[in-house]
Design a protein around this ligand. Structure first.
Ligand SMILES: Cc1cc2nc3c(=O)[nH]c(=O)nc-3n(C[C@H](O)[C@H](O)[C@H](O)COP(=O)(O)OP(=O)(O)OC[C@H]3O[C@@H](n4cnc5c(N)ncnc54)[C@H](O)[C@@H]3O)c2cc1C
Length: 454
């Protein structure tokens, strides 16, 4: 049955219960995409009736084991460069590759871009400054921050030697705008679960979504999942690591603390200011755990949530802080490091400490305080040793454990993402594997795209 209800009917029905005014306002006020006008009421249609799906490709239970039969996958898309993961690294990679002339498809498992930077509520950008204080992480990430400056409440504490704090919603919006402007094709709500292989070369990736299990074919794939989901599936060598896993939260009404709060030391766990007045973000270190163990992730999520709630209850019992409240816990758990690629090159602690220089530099990192010198990142940390048509970027690049707190910083992630995107576009255009791209060509395009390479 095709049952439609008009806005007038709906409002008449809801009006009886006193909802009409509020709902009418919400419908009129909510933003809609320019090409898709906001409907004036709920509508629904039956697309197909009496649907029964084939079970021919369902896994079967054979002798107590679950066996997946061979099956043909439908193609979701075909492109030059496929970027899996829409965090700081993936968004920069997708925009860079598109601006370098490739067709690009960006796939993200959640409903927004930014990864830990937005969904993880990790709002403060550190590691882009060195002595001077000079900013060394530039390019597409810097462009994002400049765009945030134009939005009221988009970014706070910007300037030389400062670590700016972004508003997660403003950043999601800026990233969406930049991705659309660049002409990147996007699939959200799509989880990358496997690699499509031809010998040692990656030919695409497999995704699970509400549309089922589908493949996207590509000339080059950039794994920007942060966890190396694609390079692991493709058989590239990696290190499996444990690291601290926390859950970030935000507290509100800190601008409404009473006079009693002014006596004595402020309570612990108040966090740091955000661009929204009275709202702080609260970081959490959390215990060292395996971020690839789903039972562990579940336990951590539940324990951290309980701990944050109890902390807020304690805070609200503190004289002066009665009106504070928990704005939200991050939609995304704070998993810092899981898999890191074993690349053609591996960045070491000494490389960073001694300021090593590389002829194939593709990104430059800074420090949390603008006291240190810049450190350079060679192209080889993005390239798997054996597997072709694949690059990685972000917090899972090839780097020693002791460099984790440098390479995983947001600006370094967007800088390596930027580089991987350009290199992928060059490899796709020149018809060569990423390990064979002419690095000077990549460096020239990166500089044209305002990246800083020393
Ligand atoms: C608690 C915490 C505090 C931190 N504090 C700071 C700080 O103060 N300053 C700082 O600069 N950095 C900080 N960091 C580090 C920084 O936030 C991250 O390292 C950085 O944002 C990682 O960027 P990324 O793009 O490499 O990965 P991510 O942000 O993890 O992005 C990966 C993206 O890929 C998607 N994805 C993952 N798997 C799949 C899949 N299989 N299929 C499809 N999509 C997938 C994810 O949803 C996500 O959008 C902190 C990190 C944490 C966890």
């Amino acid at each position: 049955m095709n049952h439609r209800i008009s806005r007038r009917d709906l409002l008449k029905t809801l009006g009886a219960s006193g909802w009409a005014a509020g709902l009418g306002g919400a419908l009129a006020g909510s933003a809609a995409h320019a090409d898709e006008p906001e409907p004036s009421g709920f509508t629904g249609s039956v697309l197909k009736a009496n649907v029964v799906q084939s079970t021919a490709t369902c896994p079967t239970l054979v002798g107590g084991e679950v066996i997946q039969p061979q099956r043909k996958l439908s193609l979701l898309d075909q492109t030059d460069v496929l970027v899996v993961g829409g965090g700081s690294a993936g968004v920069a990679a997708a925009i860079a590759a598109r601006r370098a002339g490739a067709t690009v498809t960006l796939v993200e498992r959640y409903n927004h871009f930014g990864g830990l930077w937005t969904g993880g509520l990790v709002l403060v950008v550190i590691g882009h400054m060195v002595k001077g204080p000079k900013q060394v992480c530039m390019g597409i990430g810097e462009e994002m921050m400049r765009r945030l400056e134009k939005i009221d409440g988009g970014i706070a504490n910007r300037g030389p030697g400062k670590n700016p704090t972004v508003d997660a919603e403003a950043l999601k919006f800026v990233m969406l705008d930049m991705v659309e402007e660049a002409g990147v094709k996007v699939f959200l709500h799509c989880w990358g679960v496997d690699a499509v292989m031809e010998g040692d070369a990656v030919r695409g990736a497999v995704f699970e979504s509400k549309s089922g299990r589908q493949a996207i074919l590509a000339k080059v794939v950039v794994d920007a999942t942060g966890d190396g989901d694609v390079f692991a599936a493709a058989g590239a060598e990696f290190e499996h690591r444990t690291y601290n896993i926390g859950l970030v939260s935000r507290i509100g009404n800190l601008d409404k603390v009473g006079s009693a709060a002014k006596q004595g030391r402020p309570p612990r766990g108040l966090g740091s200011p955000t661009p929204i007045a009275g709202v702080n973000w609260v970081n959490m270190l959390g215990p060292e755990r395996d971020g690839l163990d789903v039972a562990e992730l579940t336990r951590l999520e539940m324990n951290h949530r309980r701990q944050i709630w109890k902390q807020i209850e304690r805070l609200r019992k503190t004289p002066g802080y009665e009106r504070t409240y928990l704005v939200e816990t991050a939609p995304q758990l704070g998993v810092r490091i899981t898999r890191t690629l074993t690349g053609v090159k591996t960045l070491t602690r000494d490389d960073i400490r001694n300021g090593a220089r590389f002829p194939d530099v593709i990104a430059v990192g800074g420090f949390t305080e603008p006291k240190g010198e810049e450190w350079h990142i060679p192209y080889g940390v993005l390239v798997p040793r054996k597997i072709d048509q694949l690059l990685t970027a972000g917090r899972c690049i090839s780097a020693a454990l002791k460099t984790a707190d440098n390479i995983r910083l947001i600006p370094v992630c967007f800088a390596t993402g930027h580089a991987a995107g350009v290199a992928a576009a060059v490899a796709a255009r020149d018809g060569c594997p990423p390990r064979a791209v002419e690095v000077p060509k990549v460096q020239r395009i990166l500089r044209e795209q305002d990246a800083y390479l020393g």
